[in-house]
Design a protein around this ligand. Structure first.
Ligand code: SF4
Ligand code: SF4
Ligand code: SF4
Length: 332
């Protein structure tokens, strides 16, 4: 199905404008144009006319659901735009009682995958202006001031999009556009679609020494900037263990041992609650493949408990967050 992003953008603007004009939301969180080619930025609007600044394209990377945490103590009703993976965070925030459903209007949009903005910028140059983008199923056709460019999805999508399980939002009050088929049905090699957890399986096949070397190589570079924690919708404790002055659970020293402790503690704190939105991975300034860490936990939980992806079902409690009184095992 060929679909133009300019027409989807127009539809989205109209939905946001109506919600603001009718007073159904006090604020709408969407995307606006970024300062560079192939970038967008989160946009917070509270006036109907500002809806004209909204945009939608395969460069809308941020998971906007995470910003709801900044408004949990206000009285505002917020409209938020979500893709399939982001929508799972909405369910998790509702299940964690982090945001009341009554103050939330979810606008869903079908997502045909996100283009890796760094790869696209390398091809187009940093200042090239992008006009329209069209989804051609296997490619995105990008019209720029310098002509037409086709980007094959199998080569230019973000890794998480090649394993996408929810191309359409799992929760929304308004749906913009038309539902689409799953992105992960893309043919990656001849006759093969992308296998979920393929990279995790290769890491599991390494020896313990090789695995340790793999992670040490990355963790020694961690800046402890906490961007991965701050962007994460599953990291929603009001007081984080890493910010506490006392008790001093984890030292603030920046070395391999403390950095590794930070990474492992964070991965376990979001175990069973991480929705695989990939934001931690995307924002890390030193390119630590955090998604591999979180996906390993996701895969283990999937195998141990046969649990669905967190955030796919509002009624399903997180697998590590509830207990049954008739559990055959004793609590010790
Ligand atoms: S994982 Fe799916 S819904 Fe999320 S950005 Fe990628 S294609 Fe879109
Ligand atoms: S741990 Fe990373 S992938 Fe998981 S919910 Fe948080 S930001 Fe998203
Ligand atoms: S974003 Fe990267 S560098 Fe910053 S704390 Fe997280 S892992 Fe470390």
């Amino acid at each position: 199905m060929t679909q133009s992003f300019n027409s989807l953008t127009e539809e989205l603007r109209s939905v946001a404008q109506d919600l603001l004009r009718e007073g159904k939301v006090n604020m709408f969180i969407g995307f606006g144009p970024g300062t560079l080619t192939a970038r967008t930025t989160p946009l917070f609007i509270s006036k109907p006319d500002a809806a004209a600044e909204l945009t939608w394209s395969p460069f809308c990377a941020n998971n906007l659901a995470g910003y709801l945490l900044d408004y949990r103590e206000t009285n505002e009703t917020i409209g938020v735009l979500v893709k399939g993976c982001d929508s799972r965070s909405i369910i998790r925030l509702l299940q964690d009682n982090q945001f009341p459903r009554s103050r939330l209007v979810v606008i869903g949009i079908p997502c045909a995958g996100l283009l890796d903005s760094e790869k696209v910028t390398l091809e187009l140059g940093p200042q090239t202006e992008i006009g329209d983008v069209t989804d051609e199923d296997d490619n995105f056709l990008v019209i720029t001031t310098t002509g037409q460019h086709r980007f094959a999805k199998k080569d230019y999508l973000l890794p998480k999009c090649l394993e996408c399980i929810d191309s359409n939002p799992v929760i929304c009050d308004h749906f913009t556009g038309k539902k689409i088929n799953k992105v992960n049905e893309l043919e990656i090699n001849e006759g093969e679609v992308n296998e979920r957890f393929a990279e995790i399986k290769s890491l599991e096949a390494l020896s313990p020494q090789e695995r340790s070397g793999y992670w040490d190589g990355y963790f020694q570079n961690c800046l402890r900037c906490y961007a991965c924690r701050n962007v994460c919708p599953a990291c929603n404790c009001r007081e984080c263990i890493f910010d506490q002055a006392g008790p001093d659970w984890v030292s603030k020293r920046n070395n391999l041992s403390e950095n590794t402790a930070f990474q492992i503690i964070r991965a376990l704190h979001v175990a069973g609650r991480c929705v695989d939105c990939g934001e931690c991975d995307r924002v890390c300034p030193v390119n630590i493949p955090l998604r591999h860490l979180n996906q390993k936990v996701l895969k283990d939980i999937d195998e141990l408990f046969d649990a669905p992806m967190p955030g796919t079902d509002l009624e399903q409690q997180p697998v590590l967050g509830h207990y049954c009184a008739d559990d055959p095992d004793e609590f010790k």
